[in-house]
Every structure is written in structure tokens, then in C-alpha cells.
Design a binder for this molecule. Structure first.
Ligand SMILES: *Cc1c(COP(=O)(O)O)cnc(C)c1O
Length: 386
């Protein structure tokens, strides 16, 4: 379509309908969806109570702007605060915007303390979005290319390397925060050491830095906890959320705790659409469905899939590692494997390839046992034929 800007390259599939973990194309073919709109539709497609909440809200009041009280925002903030252990919430429309909010909090927190040119530590292979500040925070040179000058104020260190952060702390006297994904998603599904976040928490406490977690992909149940840091029993200072929060309705959030909650004051930040009644109603319906039992099932399903792949791909020379946490699963191959997306589609499964050589699976939380077996069988067959 020549009138669309060519930012996504050629796209080979037109999806017209979904139900649960399945989607249908415009030719009537069905696919098992193991990517869920990139970790967005965690509760599946065409979820009845979410669809109903959206329809009811749309026929009453879709949008008023943030000039007015929005009760749905307050209800959703109360739920997010209760489930996160943090104190307050700002709603945005997307993940990148949530990270922009977090970065503005870090900068203003530093400037309020009288620190000149406050800097934020970010990670190699990290991904934080496509706006100017978030692409600058992103650790992938391909995302930077052509957009120089980048936004300054970032110190980049290797992921899952606590010593590198201690070195950075010794070299710079103007660091204010660490921004990190609990599990790197776009970077190729990298799970750090079990105590990585605990160590980061300790370093942030020692240095009076903010620990800011980008949970845009890992949050809302995806790793088998409501937020991934809950596996570690710590509390961060700032958390960003988006993807699964609206199950497809565009909504993001910045959650803050303690001193980070009062950094932004009237006039410092805002959005026209963010947290409007429509997107908040969708997210409220998501919150009603996202119970502890379902989230516990994410861990069980994730382990079943990883064990299933390990068994099915045993002895397969092209497989380097099978890893993941909850329903963020990566199968790293020994060479670039982008064409596996096509072969999986031909086999009736939608997958994704991250970092060039890693098959990435982000299935729904409502996958049945039969669908889990189908996923393992079909994707393993495709990898064995590669
Ligand atoms: C997807 C993603 C983003 C960007 O979110 P958008 O809604 O696409 O702006 C940022 N951080 C992480 C970890 C993500 O996975």
C-alpha cells in the first residue's frame, strides 16, 4: 500500500478475526498465535468481558481529556498500586511514552537535587522504545542509526553485569537512576541471574539512585508474577507498563514509589489521550480477569513449553539454548533465522524472531494443553527442518 509509510517493510499476512489463542486471515486460514500482538493480547483475542467493557464505555463516554476527573483512571490506579506495592500512577498511551515519563522523573529528580547533567544507566541490547529519548536509551545500534544526535544522558553497561555498574558508579558522579528490563525481550529473551534485581536494588540504595524497571513486556503476568520484580521480593522506585495492560487497547502507565511519586508536579507532564475512559475501562476489565490463579498458570505453562521444546529439540544441532521466564520464551539458534517466521506461518503458527537468531514465543495465558502441544510440535518441526 503505497500510501502507508514504509516503516514495517512488506507484511505477508492480513488477519481479520481472532478468538482465544487463534487468529484467521483474509483467506480463511487459521493460525495458532504464539506472539499475541507482541505480548499484548495475553488474555486472548476477542475476549468477551473486555469487548463488552469497551463497547459499553464507547456508548457512554470515550474521552474527556485530563482537564477533568476520570473515575476509571482512579480505579485502575488503585488496583495497580495495590498489586504492585508502589504508590502512584501516571497513564500514557504506549510503552515508549511511559518510559519518557520515567526518564523525565529521573532527570527532574536529579536536577531537583542540584545534580548537573543527571545520567541514567541503561543496558546493552536493552529496548525501551522508538521516541528520541527511548531510542537513545535503547542498546541496539540499528535503532540509533540515522537519528543522531541522540538524546544525551545515558551510560551504557552490559546486561546482567553488576560489576560494570559498580565501575560506572565510580566513574560518574552524576548518575541518578538505572533503567533496565527484568528480562530483555526485543534483545533476544535474556534472563539475568536470579538475584540481579536484588543486587541492583542494593546498589541503588547505596548510591541514592532510582531503580526504574521497564516492565512493558514483562509486566501484567507475563513472567508468572504480576510484575517480574515480585519474583525477587524487592520494590523498585519506578515501573513502566503497557503491552498487556489493555489486552490491545492502547494504554501505558508509569508507577512510582516514595520520593519518585512527587517529582512531577502540575505543569511538568501531561497527555491528551492518556488514561481516557475507553482505555481505562478496557484495562479495568483486564485487571478483573488477571487473577493470581491465571498468573500462576503462566509459570506452569511456561515450564511445560520449555520442557516440551527441550525434549523435542534434543540433539538438534542448530539449537544453542532454550530459555525464558513464564511465557517469554526464546529458542536461540546458531545462525540468523528470520525465515523461520515464514515456515512457521506455513505450518499454521505465528512466531517472531528477535535479535536475528532467536525464535521468540509470547503465547496467550489461556493456551490449552492441546494448543501447547501443537505449538511445541509445529515449531520444533520447523526448527528441525531449518
Ligand atoms: C514494546 C516495548 C517498549 C515500547 O513500547 P511501545 O508501546 O511500542 O512504545 C518499551 N520497552 C519494552 C521492554 C518493550 O518491550
Amino acid at each position: 500500500m503505497a500510501t502507508l509509510m514504509n516503516t514495517y517493510g512488506a507484511r505477508k499476512l492480513t488477519l481479520v478475526k481472532g478468538e482465544g489463542s487463534r487468529v484467521w486471515d483474509d483467506q480463511g486460514n487459521s493460525y495458532l498465535d504464539a506472539i499475541s500482538g507482541i505480548a499484548v493480547c495475553s488474555l486472548g483475542h476477542a475476549h468477551p468481558s473486555i469487548a463488552r467493557a469497551i463497547a459499553e464505555q464507547a456508548s457512554s463516554l470515550m474521552h474527556v481529556s485530563n482537564l477533568y476527573n476520570i473515575p476509571q483512571q482512579e480505579q485502575l490506579a488503585d488496583i495497580l498500586v495495590a498489586r504492585s506495592g508502589l504508590d502512584s500512577v501516571f497513564f500514557s498511551n504506549s510503552g515508549a511514552e511511559a518510559n519518557e515519563g520515567a526518564l523525565k522523573i529521573a532527570r527532574k529528580h536529579g536536577n531537583d537535587k542540584g545534580l548537573k547533567n543527571p545520567k541514567v544507566i541503561v543496558m546493552q541490547q536493552g529496548f525501551h522504545g522508538r521516541t528520541l529519548a527511548t531510542l537513545s536509551a535503547t542498546g541496539n545500534p540499528k535503532v540509533h542509526a540515522g537519528f543522531e544526535p541522540l538524546v544525551e544522558g545515558f551510560v551504557r553497561v552490559p546486561f546482567d553485569d553488576v560489576e560494570a555498574i559498580k565501575t560506572a558508579a565510580a566513574e560518574h558522579d552524576n548518575i541518578v537512576a538505572i533503567l533496565v528490563e527484568p528480562v530483555q525481550g526485543e534483545g533476544g529473551v535474556h534472563v539475568p541471574a536470579d538475584d540481579y534485581l536484588n543486587q541492583l536494588r542494593a546498589i541503588c540504595d547505596q548510591n541514592e539512585w532510582l531503580l526504574m524497571l521497564d516492565e512493558i513486556q514483562t509486566g501484567i503476568g507475563r513472567t508468572g508474577a504480576f510484575f517480574a520484580y515480585q519474583h525477587n521480593g524487592i520494590l523498585p522506585d519506578v515501573v513502566t507498563s503497557a503491552k498487556g495492560l489493555g489486552n490491545g487497547a492502547p494504554i501505558g502507565a508509569v508507577l512510582t514509589r516514595g520520593a519518585a511519586s512527587t517529582v512531577l508536579q502540575p505543569g511538568n507532564h501531561g497527555t491528551t489521550f492518556g488514561g481516557n475512559p475507553l482505555s481505562c475501562s478496557a484495562a479495568l476489565a483486564v485487571m478483573s480477569e488477571m487473577n493470581d490463579e491465571l498468573i500462576a498458570n503462566v509459570s506452569i505453562l511456561g515450564n511445560t513449553l520449555i520442557e516440551g521444546f527441550k525434549a523435542a529439540l534434543k540433539g538438534c544441532d542448530s539449537v544453542v539454548e532454550i530459555r525464558g521466564k513464564g511465557l517469554m520464551i526464546g529458542i536461540e539458534l546458531n545462525r540468523p533465522c528470520a525465515e523461520l517466521v515464514d515456515s512457521a506461518r506455513e505450518a499454521g503458527v505465528l512466531i517472531n524472531v528477535a535479535a536475528g537468531n532467536t525464535v521468540r514465543l509470547l503465547p496467550t495465558f489461556i493456551l490449552t494443553n492441546d494448543e501447547a502441544s501443537e505449538l511445541v510440535n509445529k515449531v520444533s518441526a520447523v526448527i528441525k527442518n531449518f
